[in-house]
Ligand binder design. Structure first.
Ligand SMILES: Nc1ncnc2c1ncn2[C@@H]1O[C@H](COP(=O)(O)OP(=O)(O)OP(=O)(O)O)[C@@H](O)[C@H]1O
Length: 231
């Protein structure tokens, strides 16, 4: 589903974020992406969502070279990707309902369908009944879960999460991971960037590890790549 071939990314200020990164995430796979702070995890996710573009190599989704996707086509590509951000990017002047409904409104769903799907998504993240709340009235963890509900409400085939459990206690973190697992079992491909090695250890999924912008191969996985408690 996602293929990186010798991908590099240098930001305009000259900051090298990714060097020669290659990996393949198969359709229906669930994997973790880890590495120290500044290793390039967010950058890698931004290349998939075309928030940033690579300077070298090839990024493809379902065989389509992203470099060939025009600016006008980017919104169509993003419809198939549920993105959960580190800082959940909620619209603070809108209700929880409006925030979660946004992807469905953009896609032109009927009001009835939107109500049904938003209620279902909020139920899944344990926020049923909070539709009319403003995000400001919610805790950090609840706001994070609104972001997760928004990402999954249109049932995208690909789910990307950047530190989705950063604001959550261990119990809620595990619940959210189990939720991702449920989507994965239903066929969604899932990639989760996280520092939480404890969480990774408890779930038996492939772990992609970045170190200073380079992807470590299985033979290079060394204990010094451990990043728990760095933040
Ligand atoms: N917009 C930007 N402009 C310039 N440099 C950037 C930009 N975004 C990230 N970088 C740099 O690229 C490198 C990788 O950053 P990135 O955010 O991808 O790391 P990360 O692994 O997600 O870190 P964290 O876990 O702290 O979020 C860092 O050195 C960072 O300073």
């Amino acid at each position: 589903m996602i293929q990186f071939e010798q991908v590099s990314k240098v930001y305009s200020g000259g900051q090298k974020a990714l060097s020669d990164v290659s990996f393949h995430l198969k359709v229906g796979e669930m994997a973790f992406l880890t590495g120290h702070s500044g290793a390039g995890k967010s950058t890698l996710l931004k290349l998939i969502t075309v928030i940033e573009r690579a300077n070298g190599g090839r990024v493809s989704i379902n065989g389509h070279d992203i470099a060939r996707v025009s600016r006008a086509q980017v919104p169509y590509l993003r419809r198939d990707i549920g993105m959960i951000f580190q800082s959940h990017h909620l619209l603070m002047n809108k209700s929880v309902f409006d925030n979660v409904a946004l992807p469905l409104m953009i896609e032109g769903f009927s009001h009835g369908e939107i109500r049904k799907r938003v209620a279902g998504a909020l139920d899944m993240v344990g926020l049923y009944g909070k539709e009319r709340h403003q995000p400001i009235m919610l805790s950090g963890g609840e706001q994070q879960r609104v972001g997760i509900a928004r990402a999954i409400v249109n049932k995208p085939p690909l789910l990307l999460a950047d530190e989705p459990t950063g604001n959550l206690d261990p119990k809620l973190s595990m619940d959210i991971l189990r939720l991702f697992e449920t989507f994965n079992h239903a066929g969604t491909t899932v990639l989760i960037a996280t520092h939480d090695l404890g969480l990774i250890a408890r779930m038996k999924y492939r772990t992609l590890t970045l170190k200073q912008g380079r992807m470590l191969g299985a033979q290079e996985l060394d204990p010094s790549a451990s990043v728990s408690g760095e933040r």
